[in-house]
Design a binder for this molecule. Sequence first.
Ligand SMILES: Nc1ncnc2c1ncn2[C@@H]1O[C@H](COP(=O)(O)OP(=O)(O)OP(=O)(O)O)[C@@H](O)[C@H]1O
Length: 73
Amino acid sequence: MLRFDLGMILIATDEFSAGNKLGQGEFGSVYKGILPSGQEIAVKRLAGGSGQGDLEFKNEVLLLTRLQHRNLV
Ligand SMILES: Nc1ncnc2c1ncn2[C@@H]1O[C@H](COP(=O)(O)OP(=O)(O)OP(=O)(O)O)[C@@H](O)[C@H]1O
């Protein structure tokens, strides 16, 4: 599984800048990011006190890594 450390995510999203915010979910915000390779990514940032726990968040991440569909970016 691909993993990125926080430093890379901060650089890619310009430290979660407001201009890079794509949307807002129930448990946090989603930001646009650009990797050094030029690839665009979406980064979901779990909001503190959102009600979604670490375990649920990890489960969501694990599920997303298994999804592959042309309608999913
Ligand atoms: N890959 C993406 N590309 C573009 N925009 C995205 C992407 N992923 C999420 N978004 C935007 O961020 C918003 C929130 O995404 P999120 O996945 O958190 O939605 P949600 O499933 O409704 O939220 P939650 O899981 O917190 O209940 C979306 O409604 C959309 O506007």
